[in-house]
Structures are given as C-alpha cells and as structure tokens.
Write a protein that binds this ligand. Structure first.
Ligand code: C5P
Length: 255
C-alpha cells in the first residue's frame, strides 16, 4: 500500500515538472523574485541560521535560489541578508549576476520591503514580484509557472496555498472550544505574487504591524482579496530538525 502511494506520488511529480519556462519572456512586464533570508531560525536549535544548514551537498539557501534561477523567468533575485551574516559572502551564488544582496529588516516583512527597495531603479510598479521564503528549498518550476500562469492577468495577485486535511480545533488553554469548518481554511505557502508598486505600498503602510506575517496579509489590510492557487505539498518550510530529512527525500524524488 505504502509503495503504491509512493509510486503515484512520483508519477504526479514527474508529470508536473514538464513546463515551458520561456512563455512569459515575450511580455513587456517583468518578473522579480524576492527572498527574505535574514532570519535566525531558532526552532532548528542549530549552530547557524537554518538557511545555511547542509541539504543535498549545498546549503538550504543555495537550493532555494537555484530553484528560482532555474525557473528562467526572473530578471533578478533580490535576497535580504542580515548585516552580521558571515556565511552569505562565502557562497558562490552571492556573486551571481542575477542575484542582488539587500539589507535585512527587523521582521520578515521589513526584510521583504528592504529587498523591494533594492529593485527600485530597475522594477516598474506594474511588474510582478514573487516573494519566496529562503527556507523552502523544494519549490518546483511547475509551481512557479502554475502561480504565474494563473495570476498574470489578475488585478491583485495571490499565493500558493494548501488545503487542510486534518480536522481543525479552536482551543483555549488545553480545552477544545469549537471545531472549525476546514473547507474554508487554507495554509499559506510561498511564493506570493503581487505587483511591485502595490506590494511596496502595502508593506510601507503596514510597517511595524505584527499581524503582517506574509505579503498577502499586507494586501488584505488594504481591503483587497488576494487569490489562492493550490500548490504542491512538497513545498515545505524547513522549521524543525526533522524537516531536513524530509526535504532531502522530496528533492531526490523530484529529479
Ligand atoms: O521564521 P520563519 O521561517 O517564519 O521566516 C520566514 C522567512 O523570513 C525565512 O526565510 C527567514 O530567513 C526570513 N526572515 C527575514 N528577516 C527577518 C525574519 C525572517 O528575512 N527579520
């Protein structure tokens, strides 16, 4: 039974890998990637930030950046890096001609805003920006292109998301107060895709607001309704030590 599930998962993966990566390059609007990579990742309890932990002969951050560069759609990838980060200058990719290093910010949203500002002289307000967590190294080209294909004519933009398979509970202390209707609950993933001008303005207006934990929430505060696009479950965020082994497994079977 387990073998059957694994085989159909692998078939599903190889089918979704086949995409035409050049089809957006003819449009005048450009695509930019922004990667907030300035977090410390306390929950990993490691000797270095989680984006620099080893994964399949590279660091997590290199794997993530390679996925974005290999999608062959971005004019550049702006990466927000902590001022005290000794690891970044050691990576060959930090000198890649499509990689721009930006300063960090206090929270994730501040790092994203800083990276957006680093693109100020090159990006137009109507260009699209895909913001992607440094700690999601299993992102596939197929999901990048699915997001772009679905939203490229949208007024607002949107995010990759996953529906919830588990029953969800509202809890106070350790007591369940309510069962939530899971059909209306989605888990927000990245990339999150918005117009450069709209996203920059939304993040500037939301600055310092702790409720802004992703880009979509900043747009929601403007009264807008970003779309969701169902993403792949293997686009996991490295959060705990065991996630590295799972990411390694997914990467081996995505080839
Ligand atoms: O901690 P968490 O996994 O939610 O962070 C999501 C992403 O935001 C990570 O890629 C992390 O490096 C980044 N981040 C950042 N600047 C901060 C805090 C987090 O770029 N101040």
């Amino acid at each position: 039974m387990a073998q059957l599930i694994l085989c159909s998962f692998l078939r599903f993966i190889s089918k979704r890998q086949k995409v035409n990566s050049k089809k957006y390059m003819t449009d005048s609007v450009k695509f930019w990637a922004v990667v907030p990579a300035a977090g410390v990742g306390k929950r990993m309890q490691a000797d270095r930030p989680k984006q620099y932990l080893p994964l399949a002969n590279k660091t997590v951050l290199e794997q993530t950046l390679m996925r974005l560069l290999d999608a062959d759609v971005f004019s550049a990838v702006a990466v927000a890096i902590s001022k005290e980060d000794p690891y970044w200058p050691e990576l060959e990719l930090s000198n890649h001609d499509k990689v721009i290093t930006a300063a960090d910010g206090k929270e994730r949203a501040d790092s994203v805003l800083s990276a957006l500002k680093s693109l100020r002289d090159q990006a137009s307000d109507s260009d699209w920006v895909l913001v992607h967590d440094a700690a999601r190294p299993c992102l596939t080209s197929s999901d990048i292109h699915l997001l772009i294909e679905t939203l490229k004519d949208d007024d607002v933009g949107g995010i990759l998301a996953l529906s919830s398979h588990d029953t969800l509970k509202n809890v106070e202390g350790l007591n369940i107060t309510e069962t939530i209707d899971r059909s209306v609950i989605w888990r927000a993933l990245t990339p999150q895709m918005f117009r450069y001008g709209m996203l920059k303005q939304a993040l500037e207006q939301a600055e310092g607001n702790p409720a802004v934990t992703d880009e979509a929430s900043a747009l929601e505060m403007q009264g807008l309704q970003p779309k969701i696009v169902e993403g792949r479950p293997d686009n996991i965020k490295i959060t705990r030590p065991e996630d590295l082994a799972l990411a390694q497994f997914y990467m081996e079977h995505q080839q």
